[in-house]
Design a protein around this ligand. Structure first.
Ligand code: SF4
Length: 354
């Protein structure tokens, strides 16, 4: 809930995909990861984390992959480096090691502030649910701050009903869950059509009665993402992270050459990114009906609107509205709506029982 409350805040966090490799072969994998997928020297990521300072740092580093715990020493070192400047670290894992926790992986998890386990029907074909629960039980007993990342086909998916109910029972409502939907990227694009949700309304380019493309602000253009090769993009959209060259307006730099302060500055001051966060790509491009949301953004070639006092006012208003919803509001809008409140489980600020 606290992490998601930061999601609309530009440069509040940075995602680092420290390897594309993964020993699992989940059918919906958004990164198309395999055991022999690309992996680049850890020094690139280490160097970038080393440029955080107590006065200029992200609040959070999220280590992802692929499977970040295939590089447990790097994950641990990044968490320790980040902590020296006051930045907290979260690790998201597919739990290939469950039900055991090898010593090197235990060290990485220990060094991080938050640990999240991915769980869904595809993962369960690779790692049994009871093995994942065994690891989470052990970590909970050690006082670790935990969460689950769950995915399914949508609000009516019986798998989501079953797994959320079992997690609540098993862990007595102490572990929050972020429930999302399988997206048509990576292996899911070709391999899991039955589980893909219908296209989200927010991603369809409709026109308003006035014939103007709608303003649908992009909240994802807020957290810089360090890709597998160290290239830093303005968002975590997998097509943006994967394709080269990165469109100029979505490229923030490279972890091997740029420091955090430069990347943060670019994220905050880019006219195009500010306009994407305020109006979204469809309005910015004046897109005709039927154009895809991120597709329009990747092909954007427009001069951003001038930064007038009115534009600055609108930017603040959009941000304030997004922040007002907090972590639960974000999970409801961008995850799987009926399950949005599950991100507040175990949180002292949780308003009511479900
Ligand atoms: S609209 Fe652009 S910035 Fe936003 S997620 Fe899509 S590609 Fe990224």
């Amino acid at each position: 809930m606290d992490i998601l409350a930061l999601r609309p805040v530009p440069a509040a966090a940075v995602l680092m995909a420290i390897t594309r490799r993964c020993p699992l072969r989940c059918g919906h994998c958004s990164t198309g990861s395999l055991p022999g997928s690309e992996e680049h020297p850890g020094e690139i990521f280490q160097r970038f984390a080393g440029t955080f300072t107590p006065a200029d740092r992200p609040e959070l580093v999220m280590l992802t992959g692929g499977e970040p715990l295939l590089r447990p020493r790097l994950a641990r070192s990044l968490a320790e480096t980040a902590a020296r400047s006051g930045t907290r670290t979260m690790i998201l894992s597919g739990m290939f090691f469950a039900p055991r926790i090898p010593a090197s992986i235990a060290g990485a998890i220990e060094a991080a502030d938050h640990f999240s386990a991915s769980l869904d029907a595809f993962h369960e074909e690779e790692v049994p649910r009871k093995s994942v629960f065994a690891v989470m039980r052990a970590l909970l007993a050690r006082g670790k701050d935990l969460s689950f990342h769950l995915t399914g086909s949508g609000p009516d998916d019986p798998y989501l009903r079953d797994v959320t109910a079992e997690i609540r029972r098993e862990f007595h409502d102490r572990i929050p869950m972020l429930v999302g939907r399988v997206r048509p990227v990576g292996r899911a694009r070709a391999g899991a059509p039955a589980l893909l949700p219908a296209p989200a309304a927010g991603n369809a380019a409709t026109v308003t009665g006035s014939g103007v493309a709608p303003a649908l602000p992009c909240v994802m253009a807020a957290w810089p993402t360090v890709g597998f090769d160290g290239t830093i993009t303005a968002c975590c959209n997998q097509d943006v992270v994967d394709h080269r060259p990165v469109p100029g307006h979505l490229r923030l730099g490279h972890a091997g050459a740029d420091d955090w302060s430069t990347v943060r500055e670019r994220c905050l001051t880019s006219g195009t990114l500010r306009a994407l966060r305020t109006y979204g790509p469809l309005r910015l491009a004046g897109a005709p009906p039927g154009r895809g949301y991120c597709e329009t953004c990747r092909e954007l070639e427009v001069t951003p609107p001038p930064h007038t006092p009115a534009a600055a006012f609108l930017e603040r208003r959009v941000r304030d509205m997004q922040l007002a919803g907090g972590g639960v509001g974000f999970a409801g809008r961008y995850g799987c709506p009926p399950y949005g409140d599950l991100v507040s489980l175990g949180h002292p600020g949780r308003k009511h029982d479900l």
